[in-house]
Design a protein around this ligand. Structure first.
Ligand code: SF4
Ligand code: MG
Length: 337
């Protein structure tokens, strides 16, 4: 299996301007050196607490921003430094499903027009071809074609998210960033939308980056999981390895709060409550950026930034507890899945 998306040392810093003259006085390091691959056909979960930079990371990968540093390669094409004009023909390949379908759908457009818009912008299809494609997409996401002339407000939250998904699929993408796609939905609807995303992945051969703060959900849907803290990936591992034996102290704390769904497999895992707050991404601590809260902190952690490296086949950790002469090459040693 090969990587569809390669992210290398990705940085997205937002300048801070302050004072009367609005001088640039610093930067919020929302994403600060992130490296991973997304393999073809997989769902890579990207988890972490609110504000850790995961949404910004997803948007930066899709080049919704001009990135501060690093590189992103999609299907062999390096897009990190491309201008928006050069990116335009690549846009169909990579799409996004947003957290809030209410906010991401134009309230003045009918469902049909919303789903057709990307076809208008990026294809030379005839009106009849577009109408066929819209009908096919509505079927694929489980929306009744009879509702094609209705406006978004006439739909429930779950149906609106189906509209957003249909639009994201219109141009036959390969890669979709799903940014908390169910977080705004009623709990009773969440499983339906997740199942739909899984069915569509199989049907269309999609690759997902699935961003969520909900570890139970990510455990259900993801092949591998990357854990983000304060703008960096602290650990990346196959799902079962991560849940069975989390390595990074932050991952351990995060997972200790997740209930074990299968009581026969329940480990005696005590809840780890972290002290203090997440530091500001405008002023992260020196050394390891988790050192102000880490239960295992050592002297070296406050001075030296740990290297993100492979510590077991397919497992990557940034922590001095695991530093070896390992490799940081994320293409090395992917286990089959
Ligand atoms: Fe904790 Fe040190 Fe590891 Fe950072 S490098 S997670 S402070 S043990
Ligand atoms: Mg977010």
């Amino acid at each position: 299996n090969t990587a569809l998306v390669q992210v290398r040392d990705l940085k997205m810093h937002f300048p801070i301007h302050s004072g009367l003259l609005r001088r640039r006085t610093g930067a919020v390091k929302a994403v600060d050196g992130v490296t991973f691959d997304v393999m073809r056909g997989e769902t890579l979960g990207l988890v972490g607490e609110s504000g850790c930079g995961k949404s910004t990371c997803g948007r930066a990968i899709l080049r919704l921003y001009d990135i501060t540093g690093g590189e992103v390669t999609i299907d062999g094409t390096a897009i990190g430094q491309m201008g928006q004009g050069a990116l335009r023909p690549l846009r169909p390949t990579m799409q996004m499903v947003f957290q809030d379908p209410q906010a991401s759908l134009n309230p003045r457009m009918t469902v049909e027009a919303i789903i057709r818009e990307p076809l208008d912008e990026h294809t030379r299809m005839t009106g009849a071809e577009k109408a066929d494609k819209v009908a096919e997409l509505m079927d694929a996401v489980g929306l009744n074609r009879r509702f094609a002339k209705r406006y978004p407000h006439a739909f429930s939250g779950g149906q609106r998210q189906r509209i957003g998904i249909a639009r994201a699929l219109a141009l036959n993408p390969k890669f979709i960033v799903c940014d908390e796609p169910i977080a705004a939905l009623d709990v009773s609807i969440q499983a339906q939308v997740v199942n739909l995303l899984e069915d569509l992945q199989e049907k269309y051969g999609l690759t997902y980056l699935f961003i969520s703060h909900d570890l139970s959900m990510v455990r259900h849907i993801a092949t591998r999981i990357a854990v983000m803290y304060l703008g960096r990936i602290v650990e990346l591992a196959p799902r079962d390895a991560l849940f069975g034996d989390p390595l990074h102290p932050y991952t351990r704390a995060l997972l200790s709060a997740v209930p074990e769904p299968d009581p026969t497999r329940a480990r005696a895992r005590d809840r780890i409550v972290l002290q203090g707050d997440v530091p500001s991404p405008a002023n992260p601590p020196k050394g390891c950026n988790f050192c102000t809260r880490c239960p295992a902190v050592m002297d070296v952690c406050k001075q030296v930034e740990p290297t993100y490296q492979q510590v077991q086949p397919g497992r990557f950790v940034a922590c001095h507890l695991y530093e070896t002469t390992g490799t940081a090459d994320p293409t090395a040693g992917h286990p089959p899945h």
